[in-house]
Design a binder for this molecule. Structure first.
Ligand SMILES: *[C@@H]1O[C@H](CO)[C@@H](O)[C@H](O)[C@H]1NC(C)=O
Ligand SMILES: *[C@@H]1O[C@H](CO)[C@@H](O)[C@H](O)[C@H]1NC(C)=O
Ligand SMILES: *[C@@H]1O[C@H](CO)[C@@H](O)[C@H](O)[C@H]1NC(C)=O
Ligand SMILES: *[C@@H]1O[C@H](CO)[C@@H](O)[C@H](O)[C@H]1NC(C)=O
Ligand SMILES: *[C@@H]1O[C@H](CO)[C@@H](O)[C@H](O)[C@H]1NC(C)=O
Ligand SMILES: *[C@@H]1O[C@H](CO)[C@@H](O)[C@H](O)[C@H]1NC(C)=O
Length: 500
């Protein structure tokens, strides 16, 4: 009798204190789905609402199967990609029949599954809400949101409506708990940019708080850095429709770089469409990653992973032992003189991701190279089994990237050159290129920004983790011994947001 009372009290205690206990080394199960989307072949031609619904049903049916499969594996949250239900390349007019008006969850509580009659024209919200409810999972999907406006709003577009690229989050009973309108659009003339950047978070009972942002947003200060720094978000949800751009900006490469550099958990779901180089999704924590990259097949892929909750003490850099190259003193600055841009024999210029990099060739079994662009000097110490037919270069870029949109970069990058001359350096290496050179390296740069996103890519576009990464005195360093495959790139990608 007494014992059972005690057990009950213990159970109660566990219940009410469950969440604060959860912040100490607890786990939850997350899922992301890389979706092989069924496209609308003529996105620029307006369709009836019924035709749009018929099209989206094909994608929703796949979502439903994946939610069931994820729930079966214990998933508590599932994330679907940007544009996953409708696709892209629409016009302002042709996206209308694909859009729904998503009410602001901050001003009302609504479960479309439980109250389907409350708003008209919300068939997609209804279907998604019922998936979340039926399988008792949090669900994040991306869809077009349409908000009517009129002349009482001086900013109302001439066609009387705002159209937003939108992430919507349903709780495990189907209630809409968050809605985020994408801030940094990428050639999406069908959508409006929100007049004020939205900082959207939501809380879950199993994992605390999550922040939301979409695709191109990942490269900008707003809303991402504000979510991290002002709102102290430690877990982010990232629906994306990302065209890979090796060797610096492959989807999964940058997702992991962002999670490592920011010291957060990232749940990232990309579209799967190899003809447009769309693949690369994952569940990343600062110390562990599960990811998918597949240029070979036209199949979607569900990833499910046990994720550790971030702890308050967690920092961006996984703690690892010191790894020194040869007899170098890791702590001390190099005795070798920095090489001025253009002055040293052997420096050359090459375009990488449309930026003008200053490169030096990486040759021989070992070396110590420095290359500078303005105030940024990058240094590389290396030794390895360097296959002579595989050329490598070490490059620096410190300047404004001007293709697509302006943003300021500070980058140090060791790259495999795709061709058999140094003139090819900076060009794209593809997943099909097999690389066998393994190099032990220590990279460092005296960046003037503190926002650095580090990554290591190996043969076949696989990811590897550094042995050591983070700030040491005035430099950001990354080192690796015994890399898991042939080296494709090792990059310190710095963003200097204030100079954009
Ligand atoms: C969208 O447009 C891009 C670039 O214009 C084109 O390469 C692609 O095939 C189009 N995709 C779809 C699904 O319409
Ligand atoms: C929904 O549409 C129907 C038929 O067009 C209309 O009768 C009804 O009032 C609408 N309901 C709401 C909530 O707008
Ligand atoms: C998640 O990982 C933790 C720690 O490794 C383990 O204790 C727990 O059983 C795992 N949960 C599941 C469902 O795999
Ligand atoms: C790259 O920069 C160098 C040095 O400033 C310059 O000489 C070269 O013309 C530039 N290359 C291109 C393609 O702009
Ligand atoms: C980086 O090092 C070089 C060479 O020592 C120096 O000229 C430059 O000012 C340094 N940059 C920063 C941002 O400290
Ligand atoms: C680099 O040098 C270290 C120390 O001599 C050695 O342990 C390591 O195996 C070398 N790495 C490669 C890839 O040869």
């Amino acid at each position: 009798m007494q014992l059972s009372v005690l057990i009950k009290i213990a159970a109660l205690w566990q219940c009410s204190f469950g969440l604060s206990q959860a912040s100490e080394g607890a786990h939850y199960i997350a899922a992301v789905y890389e979706h092989n989307i069924i496209f609308n072949p003529d996105p620029k031609v307006p369709r009836s609402r019924q035709a749009a619904l018929d099209h989206m049903k094909e994608n929703l049916d796949i979502y439903e199967e994946q939610v069931a499969a994820a729930a079966k594996q214990g998933a508590q949250i599932i994330v679907f990609p940007e544009d996953g239900l409708h696709g892209f390349n629409y016009t302002r007019e042709s996206i209308v029949s694909y859009s729904e008006t998503i009410p602001d969850p901050a001003s009302m509580s609504w479960s479309p599954c439980l109250q389907p009659e409350r708003f008209n024209g919300t068939e997609v919200l209804h279907r998604l809400s019922c998936m979340a409810h039926k399988h008792a999972v949090y669900l994040v999907a991306n869809m077009p949101d349409r908000q009517e406006c009129d002349s009482t709003d001086p900013h109302c577009p001439p066609d009387g409506r705002y159209q937003f690229n939108t992430d919507v989050v349903f709780s495990d009973d189907g209630t809409i708990v968050a809605r985020y309108h994408k801030q940094n659009l990428y050639f999406e003339s069908e959508f409006n940019t929100p007049r004020e950047c939205e900082y959207v978070t939501f809380d879950t009972p199993f994992a605390g708080r999550f922040g939301l942002f979409t695709c191109f947003d990942i490269l900008f200060h707003e809303p991402v850095i504000t979510l991290l720094e002002k709102y102290q978000v430690k877990q982010m949800i990232f629906p994306t429709a990302w065209f890979n751009e090796a060797p610096l900006l492959s989807a999964h490469q940058f997702q992991k770089a962002f999670a490592t550099g920011s010291g957060i958990n990232l749940l990232a779901a990309n579209l799967h469409h190899p003809p447009l180089r769309m693949t690369g999704s994952g569940i990343f924590t600062p110390s562990h990653s599960v990811y998918h990259f597949d240029m070979e097949t036209d199949k979607g892929r569900l990833l499910v992973s046990n994720v550790s909750l971030p702890t308050d003490s967690e920092t961006g850099s996984p703690p690892t032992s010191e790894v020194c190259m040869k007899s170098q003193d890791c702590g001390k600055p190099s005795a070798s003189k920095p090489v001025a841009d253009g002055a040293a024999p052997g420096t050359f210029h090459g375009s990488m991701s449309s930026d003008n990099y200053t490169f030096v060739p990486v040759q021989g079994a070992e070396g110590d190279l420095t290359v500078c662009d303005g105030s940024l000097c990058c240094r590389l110490l290396y030794n390895g089994s360097h296959v002579p037919e595989e050329l490598y270069a070490f490059g620096v870029f410190n300047g404004l990237h001007t293709a697509a949109r302006q943003f300021y970069l500070e980058v140090c990058a060791l790259v495999r050159c795709p061709g058999d001359t140094f003139a090819s350096c900076g060009g794209e290496v593809t997943a099909g290129d097999q690389t066998i050179t393994t190099i032990d390296f220590h990279l460092e740069g005296n960046f003037s920004t503190r926002y650095i996103y580090p990554s290591i890519l190996t043969s076949g576009m696989q990811l590897d983790s550094p042995d050591r990464v983070g700030w040491e005195k005035e430099s950001y360093v990354m080192s690796k011994k015994h890399i898991s495959g042939g080296l494709v790139t090792a990059t310190l990608y710095g963003r200097h947001y204030e100079k954009d």
